[in-house]
Design a binder for this molecule. Structure first.
Ligand SMILES: *[C@@H]1O[C@H](CO)[C@@H](O)[C@H](O)[C@H]1NC(C)=O
Ligand SMILES: *[C@@H]1O[C@H](CO)[C@@H](O)[C@H](O)[C@H]1NC(C)=O
Ligand SMILES: *[C@@H]1O[C@H](CO)[C@@H](O)[C@H](O)[C@H]1NC(C)=O
Ligand SMILES: *[C@@H]1O[C@H](CO)[C@@H](O)[C@H](O)[C@H]1NC(C)=O
Ligand SMILES: *[C@@H]1O[C@H](CO)[C@@H](O)[C@H](O)[C@H]1NC(C)=O
Length: 474
């Protein structure tokens, strides 16, 4: 699929660059943290209620005052607005403060998202495609056994779909989800390729999708929507526009919540130790966006800045958090096959440099998932297996990855992780010298059998996976 390829190529194409940067990185997180604290004290002095998002020292600049009545910025949003609030964004950089005010509807609290696995359960699923070779056919052993994932993930554009009714658009989407059980989870990554302003992403486009999701909810499916993923990098049209992204997120969430009752929103930045990845689309000095992103106040977008806080639209607007988490290897240039070590995932999820374990930024898991009580999903995840490469075997790589991500030790450390969409594809990666990279589990019967042995009873002692945690489809 075109969207899928685009989605995938962008992160990998930056890999070479960010790996070089990573190796040069000498920025001290502790230093930036101290500066941030003194900035926070100063900011409180000028007006602003600061929400300190947890122990990692993340300053969130949102200040909200409730007010009754008020107007909303768009027709579709108005339907949901019994009252409204003024959201003031303020952030001081280099001694001046910039404030913008927009009027927004009162949010629906989401402490308990509409879409959530049963208590103690985990949804393991995959990226699905519309090819004749549906991955789910492999995983169910062509319907004779195996496992039937509850969750399928696709990439879609925010665009006119031109169907006559929401049911027609829902039918169109269902072509991608063949084999997902009728009480399953349809996970959409929505890519606003035309931009995120009201003109570029009009309410009607959002409403069209929301109406189709409502239709799918009525048919019994749960819907997860990952909107504008990897927004904290500069490679997508919606990327590195923190102020506009927050506005867009809230506009989108308002329409979806007013329309599709069993649909939850997943906030999913790039999580890696190489922020800010590159210098594409760095906001102008003195702009609101630069004030949101330059959290260490040194006038630059750099590795000492908080990678996430500027894009967070507010706790009440987010239902789940997630990330695209791939394992490439321990050291650039990665032209070989590697198995992640036992601490790699922990380092990745908690803001440490994956090579060294040195703390570099906020712990994504602790700040955004555990403290905010948002369930976490691996929205795209896999290990790079390069059939032309040397090194570890395909089985050791893939099994090493799923055992690391799913085992009891990991689940005890990260109990808010409630699901995973494995990147079940094989494709040529332009950014990797057009090498064929095979991410899939189910495409090889040896690997699939090992997976099934690990995740279904009685399990495999070597894997240390609690096989009872999975909810599978009937
Ligand atoms: C998906 O596959 C079906 C059956 O092969 C086909 O009719 C349909 O046009 C495809 N849809 C897309 C979006 O490619
Ligand atoms: C719907 O129609 C518009 C206008 O003709 C077109 O630009 C757009 O690509 C169409 N959408 C799809 C999904 O084909
Ligand atoms: C389980 O995960 C932990 C990290 O949470 C890791 O250290 C350990 O090696 C993993 N065990 C297996 C069998 O993969
Ligand atoms: C399965 O493997 C074949 C041969 O290597 C490849 O052509 C195909 O793209 C793979 N499909 C998936 C879903 O991994
Ligand atoms: C392996 O490498 C060779 C030489 O670069 C190339 O011709 C071939 O297409 C590659 N095969 C795959 C599966 O990527």
């Amino acid at each position: 699929m075109r969207d899928q390829r685009r989605d995938f190529e962008a992160p990998t194409s930056r890999s070479y660059k960010h790996l070089r940067e990573r190796e040069n990185s000498a920025l001290s997180y502790e230093g930036s943290r101290r500066k941030r604290r003194s900035h926070l004290r100063w900011a409180i002095g000028i007006t602003i209620v600061l929400i300190l998002a947890g122990g990692a020292g993340v300053g969130v600049y949102l200040f909200m005052t409730m007010r009754s009545g008020g107007t909303t910025s768009s027709g579709a949003v108005a339907a949901n607005a019994g009252a409204s609030m003024t959201v003031t964004k303020a952030r001081a950089a280099s001694g001046t403060s910039t404030t913008t005010t927009t009027t927004r509807p009162v949010p629906t609290p989401s402490t308990s998202p509409a879409v959530l696995p049963p208590t103690g359960k985990y949804w393991f699923g995959m990226t699905v495609t519309n090819s004749t070779e549906q991955p789910i056919q492999h995983w169910t052993l062509d319907g004779t056994g195996g496992v039937r994932p509850m969750l399928g993930h696709i990439f879609i554009l925010l665009q006119p779909y031109n169907f006559t009714t929401p049911a027609d658009l829902a039918d169109y989407f269902m072509r991608f989800f063949g084999g997902i059980p009728s009480n399953g989870v349809l996970f959409f990554t929505v890519e606003p390729m035309n931009g995120i302003s009201v003109d570029e992403a009009p309410d009607e486009r959002i409403q069209e999708l929301a109406d189709a999701w409502r239709e799918l909810n009525i048919r019994g499916y749960k819907v997860l929507v990952r909107l504008g993923h990897e927004m904290n990098g500069g490679w997508y049209p919606w990327g590195r526009l923190p102020s506009a992204f927050q506005d867009f997120w809230i506009r989108f969430a308002t329409i979806v919540r007013a329309t599709a009752p069993i649909t939850s929103l997943v906030w999913s930045p790039t999580i890696s130790d190489s922020y800010p990845y590159d210098q594409r689309k760095v906001p102008a000095a003195g702009s609101v966006d630069m004030a949101l992103l330059d959290t260490n106040l040194n006038g630059e977008l750099d590795g000492g800045d908080d990678p996430y806080a500027g894009y967070w639209p507010g706790d009440e607007w987010v239902d789940w958090v997630g990330g695209s988490i791939y394992y490439y290897g321990p050291s650039f240039p990665y032209n070989d096959n590697f198995v992640p070590d036992g601490m790699w995932l922990e380092r990745t999820l908690t803001g440490k440099v994956t090579f060294t374990g040195v703390q570099r930024g906020p712990s994504f898991y602790d700040v955004y998932s555990a403290q905010k009580r948002k369930p976490f999903i691996f929205a795209e995840t896999a290990v790079y297996h390069w059939p032309n490469g040397t090194g570890a075997t395909e089985l050791d790589q893939k099994q090493g990855f799923w055992r690391l991500a799913l085992n009891r030790t990991t689940m005890a450390r990260f109990p808010m992780i409630r699901g995973m969409a494995w990147f079940e594809l094989a494709k040529n990666e332009e950014a990797w010298q057009n090498q064929f990279i095979d991410f899939a589990i189910g495409n090889d019967s040896t690997i699939l059998n090992e997976f099934l042995n690990d995740v279904t009873p009685p399990g495999n002692a070597a894997a240390n996976i609690d096989t009872t945690m999975f909810q599978w489809g009937a």
